[in-house]
Write a protein that binds this ligand. Structure first.
Ligand SMILES: *Cc1c(COP(=O)(O)O)cnc(C)c1O
Length: 325
């Protein structure tokens, strides 16, 4: 499927979505750098993106490439959080109705977020399958247009814009890009975009050890389902790999790294207290990989880490910062 995609699609997407997404800051993390071996560490702050996460990039590209008549019927999405907010926000921007299907244990901040953009929220079970079934039901009943969170090429390509934007901000001089990985649509799009521009740049995807989806998929050389443990990174709680994401990650990502829960929590504290950046747990796995010595941080390397989002319940954030859990 991705054979048909071109890196020029990412540049076109970047133009298409520019009135709807923010060019987010890229900052050098000087305080974090002191903990490592001399590499430059740059953080791409998608926690400052509209809706508080990078998801708007893919969602806006999808909705802006969908026929108006289709959109007018309303859109629907299954999501445990940030995708929901992006779809709700974009629907509001375009003046169409959004109905979001969420798990019953979705974080309050994310439920409030979607409702705040005027979406209707429907709850369905706890698994991705529960949510997909509910979505299919709504589509059948109302003719809604599905905005899938990770299987749609338009979404994947839209997510790729974050990598291109960061590379431009680094004047084309980047040695490694590190992205969090849940369902793998960000890793798919970002790695596809980066390799299309400069195949020498390394791309690393990081997932929680509790949900080692692409570690296992690459080992087995097929898209599979893993048993899901408990991870604080709620945006990375996806147990099933889809074919398109598996293939793109296999073809373009150099390395998939799995990190411990403890390192994710430590990373969140470091980003918050040392860099003064409010990042949600899922956004901190890249830094967790550095803390676990899984990334080459030798002097002279220029590493870019995507801080993917900042939507976290205040009570959980306070607990994590205080080390009480
Ligand atoms: C969705 C999300 C991810 C993971 O993206 P995938 O495309 O599912 O791999 C990482 N961080 C945050 C904050 C997210 O919302």
């Amino acid at each position: 499927m991705e054979d048909k995609l071109q890196v020029s699609d990412v540049f076109q997407a970047k133009k298409r979505i520019k009135d709807y997404v923010k060019v987010t800051p890229l900052v050098r993390a000087e305080n974090l750098e002191k903990l490592f071996d001399g590499a430059e560490i740059w953080l791409k702050l998608e926690n400052m993106q509209y809706t508080g996460a990078f998801k708007l990039r893919g969602v806006s590209n999808k909705m802006l490439t969908t026929q108006k008549e289709e959109l007018q019927k309303g859109v629907t999405a299954a999501s445990s959080g940030n995708h929901a907010q992006a779809v709700s926000y974009m629907a509001q921007q375009l003046g169409v109705k959004a109905t979001i299907v969420m798990p019953e244990n979705a974080p309050k901040a994310k439920i409030k977020g979607a409702k705040g953009y005027g979406a209707e929220v429907v709850f369905a079970g706890f698994t991705g399958q529960d949510r997909d079934e509910k979505c299919a039901e709504l589509i059948k009943e109302h003719g809604y247009c599905l905005v899938h969170s990770h299987m749609d090429p338009a979404v994947i390509i839209g997510h790729g814009t974050v990598a291109i934007e960061a590379l431009e901000q680094m004047d084309g001089d980047m040695d490694e890009l590190i992205v969090p990985c849940g369902a793998g649509s960000l890793a798919s799009g970002a790695s596809f975009a980066i390799k299309g521009v400069n195949p020498d740049i390394k791309v690393t995807a990081v997932e929680p050890k509790e949900v080692p989806l692409f570690t296992e998929a690459l080992k087995a050389n097929k898209a599979l389902t893993v048993k899901m443990g408990q991870t604080i990174a709620d945006g990375l709680r996806i147990s099933k790999a889809e074919e398109i994401n598996f293939e793109m990650i296999r073809d373009n990502v150099d390395k998939v790294v799995a990190v411990d829960e403890k390192s994710i929590e430590e990373a969140l504290k470091l980003v918050g207290l040392k860099e003064k950046i409010l990042a949600e747990p899922s956004a901190c796995v890249g830094i967790a990989a550095l803390l676990e010595n899984k990334i080459d941080t030798s002097k002279g390397r220029r590493i870019c880490i995507v801080i993917t989002g900042g939507n976290v319940d205040a009570s959980l954030y306070a607990q994590l910062i205080n080390n009480v859990k």
